[in-house]
Design a protein. Structure first.
Length: 352
């Protein structure tokens, strides 16, 4: 009886450790969604946003004018929902890559995964497949090819690739894939504007069709990563230790990488290349809550969704009536953040 008390107390403490930051992140996400749905060329109150949602989803009676309903439901909410899904997926993927590689600098953008997905989606666009069901599939295949190529390059000359080697290989692979992408743009100048807008990242033409197109891929990816959040804590201590606990490290890593790559590919396919989300959000969550992936993964999903919704709000309002590509906004925030993280890591390691 005496031995069970600390265990029960430990379980309750761990649940509380997740409950508070999870609740805060969820409230921030709800606030971001409502705020982004209200702000635009036509200002619409929160009560009208809620009334529109209730009317559209549940058939509830509402006094919201039809014009306001059309603006909220057909223009703003698809954009907000898609931004939230993409932000959650990119944050979850970044968290997963960091856990698998045991390197907090890992990110879909840096590992070449986003560039591979971008190349696959570009091939689909120039082949006339933009907006089709094949676009996320093409992006996913490109992302998988980038992952395989990155690991092959990182493993040259050694049996096992280290986390830093994989990141450096990913940067090189991303540069090569971007060069191929540039070549395709030159060969298909008639699609250059569509490709250019897509490369910089944007939700300006988001629709419920885009949400439905990406939703199955993103949900599967995030559910798999959520189910393995405790496994990431085990992998963090090392492959040998994980094996002694009954895990198959190689097979588990492949599954997690595949799920993260699926989420990245689907996100890139519907939003374009949006960098640094997978670094900014997981690091912020670790600084504010805990280093355990059991906490970081779900909170990073909620935080990533809120972050990208707010970033998109900035992108479409800061130069209104014009619009800044959302990739520019995340880069302006993520670049200095990445440098700060890199400096702090080097300082701790005594390299500065």
């Amino acid at each position: 009886m005496t031995a069970s008390a600390p265990t029960g107390g430990g379980v309750r403490a761990r649940r509380h450790q997740l409950r508070l930051p999870g609740t805060v992140a969820a409230l921030v996400l709800v606030g971001a969604v409502v705020l982004a749905s209200c702000i635009g060329p036509v200002s619409i109150g929160p009560d009208r946003v809620v009334g529109t949602v209730l009317a559209q989803l549940f058939g509830a009676h509402t006094s919201v004018p039809p014009v306001d309903q059309a603006i909220v439901w057909n223009l703003r909410l698809p954009r907000v929902v898609l931004a939230a899904l993409v932000g959650a997926a990119l944050s979850a993927s970044g968290t997963a890559y960091q856990g698998v590689l045991r390197n907090s600098l890992a990110d879909p953008y840096l590992l070449g995964v986003a560039a591979g997905a971008g190349l696959g989606a570009t091939v689909a666009i120039v082949s006339g497949g933009s907006g089709s069901v094949l676009l996320p599939v093409a992006a996913f295949l490109g992302a998988v090819a980038a992952v395989v190529l990155t690991y092959l390059v990182a493993s040259m000359g050694s049996d096992r690739a280290s986390g830093y080697t994989v990141i450096l290989a990913g940067v090189a692979v991303a540069a090569m894939l971007t060069a191929v992408q540039t070549f395709l743009q030159q060969q298909h100048s008639e699609e250059i504007r569509q490709i250019y807008n897509w490369l910089l990242g944007s939700f300006s033409v988001a629709s419920w069709r885009d949400v439905g197109l990406a939703l199955p891929y993103l949900v599967v990816s995030m559910l798999v990563l959520l189910a393995h959040r405790r496994v990431l804590d085990v992998l963090r201590v090392g492959a040998e230790e994980a094996g002694t606990l009954g895990l198959h490290p190689t097979r588990t890593r492949l599954l997690i990488v595949a799920a993260a790559t699926l989420g990245t590919g689907a996100a890139v396919a519907v939003s374009g290349l949006i960098g640094f989300v997978g670094i900014i959000v997981p690091h912020a969550v670790r600084l504010l809550t805990s280093a355990s992936y059991r906490v970081v993964m779900p909170v990073a999903m909620l935080g990533g969704a809120a972050f990208l919704v707010l970033a998109d709000l900035v992108a479409r309002t800061v130069t209104a009536p014009g619009e800044v590509p959302i990739g520019v906004v995340t880069a302006l925030v993520g670049g200095p953040f990445f440098l700060a993280v890199l400096r702090s890591r080097r300082t701790r390691q005594g390299l500065l």
